[in-house]
Design a protein around this ligand. Structure first.
Ligand code: FMN
Length: 162
C-alpha cells in the first residue's frame, strides 16, 4: 500500500514524532504539509499540533484533499496528561476530515510550549483572581517541558503497529 507521512509542526514537537515514524518506515516519504505530493497515497500518517483545540488552519486547508484515504493521526498538545483530553481533540479532527476517510488509529502526547507562554502564566500569578489558575498552568508547563521524548516516540510506533 502506498504510504506517506505528512505533518504540520510550528515548533518541532510534531516533527519529532514524524521523524520517529520516518525512521521506522525508511521507504515512506515524509515531509511537512505542502512539500510532498500525496495524491496517490492510500495511507497517510497525518501529524498535527493542537491549535485552539483542533489542528492549525494550515493543516485544515489540506484536509479535503485527503478524501478516500486511510489516515493514522498523530499529534501533540500543550495540555492533557490524560487520554480523555486527547480523545476529544481527535474526535474534533475526525469531524473535520472528509466523511469517506477511514481513521485507522491515532496517537497523541504532550508537547512543550514556548517560554513566552511561561512568562504569560508568571504574569498571571500577580493577579489574585488568576493566581490559582496560573499555578496549575505553570505546573502543566513544567511537566511537559521535555516532551515529546523517546518514550513518546516508542509509544507512537506501538500505536501505529510498527
Ligand atoms: C497558538 C497556539 C495555540 C495552542 N492551542 C493549544 C490548545 O488549544 N490545546 C493544547 O493542548 N495545546 C495548545 N497549544 C500548544 C501546542 O499544541 C503544543 O505545544 C504542540 O506540541 C506544538 O507542536 P509543534 O512543536 O509541532 O508546533 C497551542 C500552542 C500555540 C502556539
Amino acid at each position: 500500500m502506498k504510504q506517506i507521512i505528512l505533518y504540520d509542526s510550528a515548533t518541532g514537537n510534531t516533527e519529532y514524532l514524524a521523524k520517529a515514524l520516518s525512521h521506522a518506515l525508511p521507504n515512506v516519504p515524509c515531509g511537512p504539509v505542502g512539500s510532498l505530493d500525496y495524491s496517490k497515497a492510500e495511507l497517510v500518517y497525518l501529524g498535527f499540533w493542537t491549535d485552539k483545540g483542533t489542528c492549525s488552519d494550515r493543516l485544515r486547508a489540506v484536509l479535503p484533499s485527503l478524501a478516500g484515504k486511510q489516515i493514522f493521526l498523530f499529534g501533540t498538545a500543550g495540555f492533557g496528561a490524560d487520554q480523555a483530553y486527547f480523545s476529544q481533540i481527535i474526535r474534533r479532527l475526525e469531524g473535520e476530515l472528509p466523511q469517506n476517510c477511514t481513521v485507522i488509529g491515532w496517537y497523541m502526547c504532550p508537547g512543550r510550549m514556548g517560554e513566552g507562554v511561561r512568562r504569560r502564566y508568571e504574569a498571571m500569578l500577580q493577579d489574585p483572581v488568576s493566581a490559582g489558575q496560573a499555578e496549575l498552568l505553570l505546573k502543566n508547563f513544567d511537566a511537559v517541558r521535555t516532551r515529546p521524548d523517546e518514550r513518546d516516540a516508542q509509544a507512537l510506533l506501538a500505536a501505529a503497529g510498527l
